[in-house]
Design a protein around this ligand. Structure first.
Ligand code: SF4
Ligand code: SF4
Length: 186
């Protein structure tokens, strides 16, 4: 099984350090909603780390709180380790930029993997406790950001555990689209 190495994660972080969705700080559009929002029940948002990504962080990091959750209970793929790492930022939206997890770096895009193995990027369509203006308005994003994000996901899905996650999310997306089409009689 090909696992993503710590070295590859470091290369991914370096590549994504060089790009941004927009030339301006999109956090000014929304008060950095993706960093600072919480769920309605007050539950703090966490950022999950991909398998092996935790090696780039430490529970001793002063800007993060950590938790480990059951992979099964959280609905991650069966191929994942028993525990998934969640990190919670202590002073959002301020963080060491070069330390941001992959989830933060590739947002607001998400990878979509079709049944025949084609990878594309879509605007993130998970249920979120906030509105992202870039998603709502389908704002065109910097080409360099889109290309780097696509390159990164192409590498990451070589790890079967990450591939399973991306494919499972893609199946849910495809089923939701089908349900919507049926509802609209299309
Ligand atoms: S990605 Fe979206 S929600 Fe996050 S700061 Fe930018 S505009 Fe706001
Ligand atoms: S790591 Fe940084 S970018 Fe990501 S949620 Fe925390 S404060 Fe926001």
């Amino acid at each position: 099984m090909k696992m993503i190495s710590e070295r590859t994660y470091r290369a991914v972080y370096r590549l994504l350090d060089r790009v941004s969705p927009l030339d301006t700080d999109c956090g000014k559009l929304c008060g950095a909603a993706c960093c600072t929002s919480a769920y309605e029940d007050g539950e703090e948002m966490g950022i999950f780390l991909l398998p092996g990504e935790e090696k780039l962080h430490s529970p001793e990091d002063s800007w993060l709180d950590w938790s480990e959750e059951s992979t099964e209970e959280m609905g991650f793929p069966k191929s994942w380790p028993e525990k998934v790492h969640f990190v919670h930022c202590k002073t959002p939206p301020h963080c060491p930029r070069e330390k941001r997890p992959i989830q933060c770096r590739t947002f607001p895009l998400a990878p979509h993997l079709s049944e025949d193995g084609q990878l594309t990027l879509v605007y993130n369509d998970l249920d979120l406790p906030y509105r992202c203006p870039l998603i709502d308005e389908q704002t065109p994003l910097n080409d360099s950001f889109v290309q780097a994000t696509e390159t990164v996901w192409k590498h990451l899905i070589r790890d079967p555990r990450i591939r399973d996650l991306v494919r499972e999310d893609s199946i849910e997306r495809e089923e939701a689209i089908l349900r919507l089409q049926e509802m609209l009689g299309l």
